[in-house]
Ligand binder design. Structure first.
Ligand SMILES: [Zn+2]
Length: 166
């Protein structure tokens, strides 16, 4: 009898934990939605500032230009070099070949925008460039070069086959 009671209490506290977790997740979702809405509606908001006067790169000419997204704009945006919608957001690479940082960032057009498969590597330093490319800072390691990236990929595949064979 006493035992039954105890397990019921355990069950209850488990259910409470689950409820609490669901509540936290829901609260996070609401906060995130509010934040997005706020950035969207507030012209001075963080996201808007980042979108304003952003650097774009023309897929056909490789030239860069600054552009501020307006309501109703779609990507690609009109490039002043072609007069057509061939402008894509440029990612900035701040790295050098030897893993140092450069004060003069390289604008890079991501492969995904060009409709090419596979990861993008910077034409200047040869390192991996991703969307919202991280800028150097304390604790930020330089991204892998193409050779390092392929080696890592091969190693990961090796590990996976190892696990599969076991
Ligand atoms: Zn680079």
């Amino acid at each position: 009898m006493a035992r039954k009671g105890a397990s019921r209490i355990a069950e209850n506290s488990n259910a409470n934990k689950k409820k609490f977790l669901a509540f936290i997740i829901a609260a996070c979702a609401v906060l995130w939605a509010l934040h997005s809405l706020h950035s969207f509606l507030w012209p001075g908001g963080e996201a808007r500032v980042a979108d304003m006067n952003r650097l774009y790169i023309c897929a056909e000419t490789g030239q860069t230009f600054h552009y501020s997204l307006k309501l109703g704009d779609t990507i690609p945006v009109m490039s002043p070099y072609t007069g057509r919608n061939t402008g894509y957001p440029a990612e900035l690479c701040y790295w050098t070949k030897d893993g140092g940082t450069s004060t003069d960032p390289t604008p890079v057009l991501l492969n995904g925008y060009k409709g090419l498969p596979g990861p993008t590597f910077c034409p200047v330093c040869g390192r991996l460039v991703v969307g919202h490319n991280p800028a150097p800072g304390p604790g930020v390691k330089p991204p892998p070069t193409e050779a390092e990236y392929r080696a890592r990929l091969a190693k990961r595949e090796e590990l996976l086959t190892d696990q599969r064979d076991r």
